[in-house]
Design a binder for this molecule. Structure first.
Ligand code: SF4
Length: 384
């Protein structure tokens, strides 16, 4: 990485493969160089962290970061000096039980073809999963994008089709593009069941839960970095991180370096993808089709203005309105501690059913289902 910090509240780590957090003394040109530099940086970090006398608590907001940090062995390397806890950044994990129940209602009570990303199939609702319902004849289809669902609806006008729109700033533009296409084609058999969420309000809800956030790179590739800079001005530190070993170690190195300086900070350690302005096009399509609303997060309850719903001109594409859906309140499984895991309040291994009643084959909670889920990562890699 390169570039380096530009003050207490801002900075950037550039793509010239030098770690500016350590004075640019670790060139990362080849895989061998990268490994060598990484081990030197890790050794430095361990020394600094050990001398500090207290661990640094970092929240990996994004489930992909959680998995990559486990997979690369970084977690073990920096333990016990660096405490890595998970946050509410896995879209499937934060989708509430009631949303699954709503999708089941559409499929079973209204005969709607439900199109969904595969991860949601096995997320438990109050009494069953979409996969269970499909086995009993409900029309539940896995798609790879909202646009696939739109195309399926366009090609099958005798069917009512609903797409389960979950996710954050990264995936919401795709759902909006599908609605825009359906609107311009005057398609009347396509709708969205929305549970789209936005991260800034979740960061605020996590205030005080960590020393620094490892912000999700893909989210800020769309939303830009103004929100992170603003959070730093209000005392919440963090770095935007990429997903390779070098990018993750660079981001962690910046956290260590900036923590030593003792002032709130923000550093963009993923500048090859994340620009300060984000993706204006991505945001423009969302602003045209959707608007903020209160949203329920699994285990966290309702966070004001943290969700997105369709604007009035597109309300005919809202599944809840289109099918006059009654209020559906899901029943959480009280033995599942996903809510605490998603706030960094407990480790998955502290959940009484982790690895016993709850495994990836038989998940009790969403955090064990998703490929980005923290419990799945702990189960797969043997959590510490
Ligand atoms: Fe929920 Fe299973 Fe994780 Fe426990 S181990 S918190 S039941 S997903």
């Amino acid at each position: 990485c390169g570039g380096g910090g530009g003050g207490a509240h801002r900075g950037s780590a550039g793509g010239d493969a030098r770690c500016a957090a350590y004075g640019g003394e670790h060139p990362m040109r080849s895989a061998q160089d990268t490994r060598q530099a990484a081990s030197e940086i890790v050794a430095d970090l361990r020394r600094i962290l050990a001398a500090r006398g207290r661990s640094i608590r970092i929240m990996e907001v994004c489930g992909t970061h959680t998995h990559e940090i486990f997979r690369l062995g970084i977690r073990k390397l920096l333990s016990p000096y660096m405490e890595l806890v998970s946050g509410p950044g896995c879209p499937v994990c934060v989708t509430p039980v009631a949303f699954i129940d709503e999708a089941l209602w559409l499929a079973q009570e209204r005969g709607v073809t439900v199109c969904t990303f595969g991860d949601l199939l096995r997320v438990p609702g109050s009494s069953e999963t979409l996969s269970d319902a499909r086995a009993r004849g409900a029309d539940v289809r896995v798609v790879y994008s909202p646009y696939d669902a739109y195309e399926y609806a366009a090609a099958n006008k005798d069917k009512e089709v609903a797409f389960l729109a979950v996710g954050f700033e990264t995936t919401t533009p795709g759902a909006c593009i599908a609605v825009a296409a359906a609107a311009s084609a005057s398609l009347t058999n396509f709708s969205l069941l929305t549970a789209n969420k936005t991260m800034p309000q979740a960061y605020e809800a996590m205030r005080g839960s960590c020393d620094a956030f490892l912000y999700p790179g893909h989210v800020h590739a769309v939303s830009g970095t103004a929100v992170c800079e603003d959070l730093a001005r209000h005392g919440m530190s963090g770095v935007v991180a990429g997903f390779t070993a070098a990018e993750l170690i660079t981001a962690l190195a910046f956290i260590v370096k900036k923590t030593q300086e003792g002032k709130p900070y923000f550093v963009n350690c993923y500048p090859r993808i994340v620009r300060p302005e984000g993706s204006p096009n991505g945001r423009a399509i969302v602003e045209r089709i959707m608007e903020p609303c209160d949203s329920q997060w699994r285990g966290l309850g309702i966070i004001a203005q943290s969700g997105m719903k369709l604007k009035k001109p597109f309300i005919d594409f809202d599944s809840r309105v289109k099918y006059s859906m009654p209020l559906i309140e899901g029943k959480e499984n009280h033995s599942c501690r996903c809510g605490d895991v998603l706030q960094g309040k407990c480790m998955p291994t502290e959940c009484p059913v982790f690895g016993k009643g709850c495994t990836p084959e038989h998940p009790v909670g969403a955090c064990m289902v998703s490929g980005e889920g923290t419990c799945a990562a702990f189960y797969r890699y043997g959590g510490i």
